[in-house]
Ligand binder design. Structure first.
Ligand SMILES: Nc1nc2c(c(=O)[nH]1)N[C@H]1C(S)=C(S)[C@@H](COP(=O)(O)OP(=O)(O)OC[C@H]3O[C@@H](n4cnc5c(N)ncnc54)[C@H](O)[C@@H]3O)O[C@H]1N2
Ligand code: MOO
Length: 440
């Protein structure tokens, strides 16, 4: 038997980051940038209005009171005539998207909308609330200092600025700035494409009601979904019969476009273990017993000229998912240019206890009990944080037990030398089905 760490090391020493590709900015979500993104244009791209209102020259509104003093203007000791409303002719509307390069004449106004370009000669925007809202003529009651309510070209980003650095993971906010500064395509490490093959004569496609001796292929669906949840382009490749020929043909077909292949089933000691049979004469896949529960029978190697990594996982559903979390996801993250693990695993105290097999690391399906369900916006700043969460077993820990797997929030890790977990013990755990990677 080899250790979990040894098997992981062998996998991580074999897989390589995929070659960078140019992809449209609309398809780059979740990818890691391979090159810095430089702004083609400044942000904002032009001086524009932050309010719906009127754009006027500073000299025309110099005598108006500031908005917050408008009500008390008459009582002030301002000179005669100061504070009186100003009436200006309105030369037209400037809506957002107006590409005319307009000039504002002294003594005139334009009605202007939020986001619309400021005409030459315009100094200050008077929000519509401080006016009578006129369209031919407008009466203005108050005015701010010049520049107010104008968003200046380049105040956010200058043309030529690096807005995103190579290595950044492209999430929603990063995609927004890349698109805003005019990027059409980005150089990224692509998301690995993965095919998940389910081997077994007993398997029926999802949607079937199984008869005696039959089992629905839940693995293909589950693993492809888990990999997609983690940000990869995974698909279930369907059921493959337990013959060497069927497995060889399915692997050949998957090799056409997959960057990695995951199989489940057919890797233990059975007389019909077709995956072992097919791969013994193909590629570099080696089969090992790994000191873990569940997930003991494992195979890994590469296939074909592109040296596509192949993970042959055990067929028991819990074993397949645990193997995916422990071996497949770190490998795919490496191929995608991401850190091997999304973040250091948190640790929490165990509420109950359970036995753990001697000499094997145990991956336990657990419920994470939050100590305090406080909405994040309700937390008062400057006070001591709430106590951390606790862990309890999600139920049956057999490698066929789907209910506890479905109910669990996380996998807790019990080192190989521990034979019993006691209430109050501290265990590291990893949330299941969670995204949210941090860039290095
Ligand atoms: N004599 C021994 N027998 C077994 C050993 C061993 O060391 N000596 N190891 C056991 C362990 S541990 C595991 S894990 C399993 C792994 O077996 P295989 O990878 O060969 O998987 P199968 O035999 O094909 O299936 C096991 C189990 O899982 C169900 N299964 C398979 N594929 C799917 C699927 N796509 N969706 C849902 N369920 C699936 C299958 O029906 C079986 O019940 O071997 C032990 N045996
Ligand atoms: O190792 Mo198997 O994966 O326990 O059931």
């Amino acid at each position: 038997m080899i250790s979990v760490a040894e098997h992981r090391r062998r996998i991580l020493e074999t897989v390589r980051r995929l070659a960078p590709q140019q992809v449209p900015v609309t398809q780059a979500q979740g990818c890691v940038l391979a090159k810095d993104v430089e702004a083609l244009v400044p942000l904002p791209g032009f001086d524009n209005s932050a309010m719906d209102g009127y754009i006027v020259g500073a000299a025309d509104v110099a005598g108006l009171p500031a908005p917050d003093s408008a009500d008390s203007a008459e009582a002030s000791d301002a000179p005669e005539g100061a504070g009186q409303p100003v009436r200006l002719p309105v030369d037209g509307d400037i809506p957002a998207g107006d590409t005319r390069q307009l000039r504002l004449e002294p003594g005139h106004a334009y009605r202007i909308m939020t986001g619309a370009p400021i005409p030459a000669g315009g100094d200050v925007v008077i929000p519509v609330e401080l006016t009578d809202g006129g369209t031919e003529y407008v009466t203005l009651h108050a005015a701010d200092a010049p520049g107010r309510h104008i968003r200046r070209a380049g105040e956010d980003v200058h043309a030529g600025d690096i807005v995103l650095r190579a290595g950044t993971v492209l999430g929603a906010r990063q995609l927004a700035i890349a698109a805003a500064v005019g990027a059409g395509e980005l150089s990224v490490y692509p998301r690995p494409r993965v095919v998940c093959l389910s081997t077994g004569d007993e398997l029926l496609p999802p949607g079937s009601v199984p008869g005696f001796g039959q089992v629905v292929d839940s693995n293909g669906l589950m693993l492809a979904a888990a990999l997609r949840e983690a940000g990869f382009d995974a698909r279930a490749g369907g059921v493959v019969l337990d013959t060497e020929e069927a497995v060889t043909a399915a692997l050949d077909a998957a090799l056409a476009d997959a960057d990695a292949i995951v199989t489940t089933g057919g890797v233990s000691m059975g007389a019909y273990d077709a995956v072992k049979a097919a791969l013994s004469s193909l590629g570099t896949v080696a089969f090992d017993k790994v000191a873990m529960q569940p997930g003991k029978p494992q195979g890994f190697g590469t296939l074909g000229e592109r040296e596509v990594p192949v993970f042959t996982l055990p067929g028991n559903p819990v074993s397949a998912l645990v193997s995916t979390e422990v071996f497949v996801l770190p490998a795919l993250r490496t191929m995608a240019g991401l850190p091997v693990e999304p973040a250091p695993p948190p640790r929490a105290r165990v509420l109950d206890g359970w036995p753990s097999p001697p000499g094997r690391a145990q991956f336990v399906r657990v419920i994470v009990e939050e100590a305090q369900a406080e909405p994040w916006m309700g937390a008062a700043s400057g006070t001591a944080g709430p106590p951390g969460p606790s862990l309890r077993s999600a139920g049956g820990q057999g490698s066929h037990v789907l209910q506890a797997l479905a109910d669990a929030d996380a996998l807790a890790y019990v080192p190989a030398d521990v034979t019993r977990v006691e209430p109050g013990d501290l265990l590291g755990y990893r949330r299941l089905g969670q995204q949210g990677w941090a860039a290095e």
